[in-house]
Design a protein around this ligand. Structure first.
Ligand code: AMP
Ligand code: MG
Length: 278
């Protein structure tokens, strides 16, 4: 696997020790071919999962401003049948959202059986931006790691396959991307003067992300730290993680579909018999 998932809780994590660049040994040409193959497989797996209605997929995308959350969504959604995909973005909570618990606005966007939900930011903001800027008392956000773990366990018990990606970019890469947004009118809509301000909290966000990833990683809801300076490598890592997570379920979905097929056939035979007897 290009990047291994983090499946153990409370393992020490140091983001500065993880490369943001694509590994030298991975060849871009080869990677693009591999990407296509994986996308074909992902499309087929989605189809089986959609029909079988035994599982769903939740993809959580986190990362600093310009890390590539939108770009990743575009690529992943482009590889899927849009019929079974729901995308949700989470910004500053509205007044109504603030008057509920922090998971209220999240829970309603989780996927139904057979479907994908892709989150651009997520419930993790409630232990990231809230922690960095002390938007709420420490006592409140500190308890949220456990709440998040319980919440994700509940989803997993209902058949939800959860994949969480931290798109890891370097500070220099972020600067280039912010400047590019300023220079390119087609990217201007993404421009947010606040991004430059948030950049000043680079270290605080690093720490907040390390804690969140380490406290909320498990077999059923792992995190991947994705080297995201190169977009082609980032896409490859995310797509591979999806395929490798879904693949082991393929047989069970085929079986469920066959069973359903048999049930449908039996019902049809019964119907024909009754028609004849009339
Ligand atoms: P963007 O993803 O560029 O549309 O920006 C969304 C903004 O909303 C980011 O600055 C997030 O940090 C902020 N945001 C998302 N969730 C929360 C939250 N729960 N509390 C406060 N700010 C949030
Ligand atoms: Mg932004």
């Amino acid at each position: 696997m290009y990047v291994d998932p983090i499946t153990k809780r409370d393992k020490k994590l140091s983001l500065k020790d993880i490369d943001t660049a694509a590994p030298k040994k991975v060849n871009k040409e080869e990677a693009l071919k591999q990407q296509e193959k994986l996308e074909e497989e992902l499309f087929m797996l989605q189809d089986l999962m959609f029909g079988a209605k035994k599982n769903s997929v939740l993809v959580v995308l986190q990362g600093r401003d310009t890390a590539g959350k939108d770009g990743t969504i575009k690529r992943v959604v482009g590889a899927l049948n849009p019929r079974g995909v729901h995308v949700a973005s989470f910004g500053v909570p509205t007044e109504e959202e603030r008057e509920h618990d922090f998971l209220w606005r999240i829970h309603r966007h989780t996927p139904r059986l057979g479907e994908f939900s892709i989150f651009n930011r997520s419930h993790y903001e409630d232990v990231l931006v809230v922690r960095v800027h002390q938007l709420l008392p420490e006592k409140i956000w500190k308890e949220r790691y456990d709440h998040i773990n319980t919440f994700e366990e509940t989803l997993a018990e209902h058949g939800c396959l959860i994949l969480k990606f931290f798109l890891h970019i370097s500070k220099d890469e972020q600067k280039d991307r912010l400047l590019e947004r300023e220079a390119d009118p087609s990217k201007a809509w993404k421009l947010n003067p606040n991004d430059w301000k948030e950049r000043q909290y680079w270290g605080e966000y690093t720490e907040a992300n390390e804690v969140a990833i380490s406290r909320c990683s498990s077999e059923h809801a792992p995190w991947w730290v994705v080297p995201a300076d190169a977009k082609w490598y980032r896409n490859l890592v995310v797509t591979e993680a999806l395929v490798k997570t879904l693949r082991p379920y393929r047989e069970s979905w085929v079986k469920a579909l066959e069973r359903e097929g048999k049930a449908a056939k039996a019902a049809l035979e019964e119907y024909k018999k009754k028609e004849k007897a009339k």
